[in-house]
Design a protein around this ligand. Structure first.
Ligand code: SDX
Length: 422
């Protein structure tokens, strides 16, 4: 017998269906709740509300599991390149050798952006935050590629997707070059997708440049680990903006704005700033742990806690090993890695964090790796966005393919009753 939930309300007998996901999660289908009872649900932050059915990413917060299209991130990090994971997320399967070559050549062919975009870049002060610049350049893309803007089916959407995958790393690298007063690089299509990102970010015109293989390998894994995370704040933003049938480019710009917040993708920058503050203030780790526990202190332990993971974030586990590997090279020795490891140890032994199931999340170690690659702290969220781009695109595409209705939540009004101007 199909699962149902039954309840009595104001003398009416209400039955709502319950359906089950592939991994056994269950949901009450409340689509007819308001018509049947006049009631709406109330759930700030959507902590208990499913916004969609999705086939892209599965995560189990209790067990610390994360899979893209059924493949575990551990498996993908060991056996795939980021470009293969991009294809997997967006088109649903790991590409064959031939498919990968075609996919890469489509992207390489579009790896040029209109030179006038440099005008938008130039108009920003050097001190502007890279995320602010990147969101503007990304939204502006549609002005330079208008014919890509209208689509009714995936074949018409593909050119926009390819253009976004080609242009975004260029624009992201430009934000970095601008903040450092360095000349802008163009794509080098003789390199891999990730090797090209490193090339555009780090190549200096007056010196020979070869991407550092250890860094490119670490970057591959970093970007894979950030690639998607089901209905997080920025992906939900991309979905709701896309549900109005806005163009893909402004949807990605909206996702960037959501990711910038320090409770979300901005946390990797906040983690390093926190570790540096601990170091400058004499390494008094316990003081910061006590502040994080103090309800009268707004300070939170950045990089700790998660809405879904009530276990160690599986990404943080992999990132901790990458951090040790990359920072293990003598040239990269970084004293704040030791602070991070001790801070984690103390917090995991502290009942406040244990009782609330607060563990290190994806942002706790990622910044240390970027810092070892001489990426400025303010660029960390841009690096997160470079990883999350295929996730945003895949969520947007799925929402459009499923013809989902425009997102428009209800509310409970608690403002003034009717009043007239006297
Ligand atoms: C990302 O959603 C995703 O999937 C996001 C992400 C992705 O890949 O897209 O995984 C990326 O955004 C990771 C999270 C990065 N943010 C941070 O590291 C910022 C610090 N973390 C917290 O702000 C917090 O943990 C959140 C925002 C991540 C989660 O907040 P929730 O789910 O709303 O949890 P909550 O605020 O209800 O906290 C429950 C309790 C509270 O204490 P009590 O009221 O029960 O006494 O835990 C406490 C909170 O005060 N708490 C913390 C804490 N996080 C939660 N206390 C101290 N330090 C913290 N970091």
């Amino acid at each position: 017998m199909k699962d149902k939930i039954r309840f009595n309300y104001e003398g009416n007998f209400i039955e709502l269906p319950i359906f089950e996901g592939v991994e056994g999660e269950k949901a009450i289908d409340i689509r007819r709740l308001r018509n049947a009872t006049g009631l709406v649900t109330y759930d700030p932050g959507y902590k208990n509300t499913g916004s969609c059915k999705s086939s892209i990413t599965y995560l189990d917060g209790e067990a610390g599991i994360l899979r893209y299209r059924g493949y575990s991130i551990e498996d993908l990090c060991e056996n795939c390149s980021f470009i293969e994971v991009i294809h997997l997320l967006i088109f649903g399967h790991i590409p064959s050798k031939k498919e990968k070559e075609i996919f890469l050549s489509e992207i390489r062919e579009k790896s040029l952006v209109d030179e006038d975009l440099k005008g938008i870049l130039k108009s920003f002060p050097k001190t502007a935050h890279p995320m602010c610049i990147l969101a503007s350049l990304t939204a502006g893309l549609v002005a330079f590629t208008p014919k890509l803007g209208s689509y009714e089916d995936i074949e018409q959407m593909r050119p926009s997707i390819i253009k976004m995958l080609a242009a975004f790393p260029i624009l992201a690298s430009w934000t970095h070059r601008k903040s450092r007063g360095l000349p802008l690089n163009y794509a080098n299509n003789s390199l891999t997708y990730v090797g090209n990102i490193a090339h555009m970010m780090f190549r200096r015109p007056h010196m020979d440049y070869k991407p550092n293989p250890i860094e490119v390998k670490a970057l591959n894994k970093l970007l894979i680990l950030h690639a998607d995370h089901e209905q997080n704040c920025s992906s939900s933003t991309v979905r709701i903006v896309g549900s109005s049938h806005a163009d893909l480019f402004p949807c990605i710009a909206a996702g960037l704005s959501a990711l910038w917040g320090k409770l979300h993708g901005g946390a990797n920058q906040a983690v390093i700033e926190m570790l540096e503050k601990i170091s400058v203030q004499g390494n008094d780790i316990q003081k910061f742990i006590d502040r994080a526990k103090d309800k009268n202190d707004p300070f939170r332990l950045m990089g700790f806690g998660h809405r879904v993971y009530k276990n160690y974030d599986p990404r943080a586990k992999i990132l901790k090993n990458i951090a040790k590997e990359v920072l293990g090279q003598v040239s990269n020795r970084d004293p704040i890695l030791d602070i991070a490891i001790e801070l984690e140890q103390r917090a995991l032994e502290d009942d406040y964090f244990k009782s609330r199931k607060l563990y290190p999340n994806v942002d706790f170690y990622s910044g240390l790796i970027y810092r070892a690659m001489d990426i400025p702290t303010r660029m960390f969220t841009v690096m997160f966005a470079l990883g999350r781009l295929p996730g945003w695109i895949s969520q947007w595409l799925e929402m459009r393919q499923n013809n989902e209705p425009i997102g428009r939540p209800r509310q409970i009004y608690v403002g003034p009753k009717r009043q007239d101007i006297k």
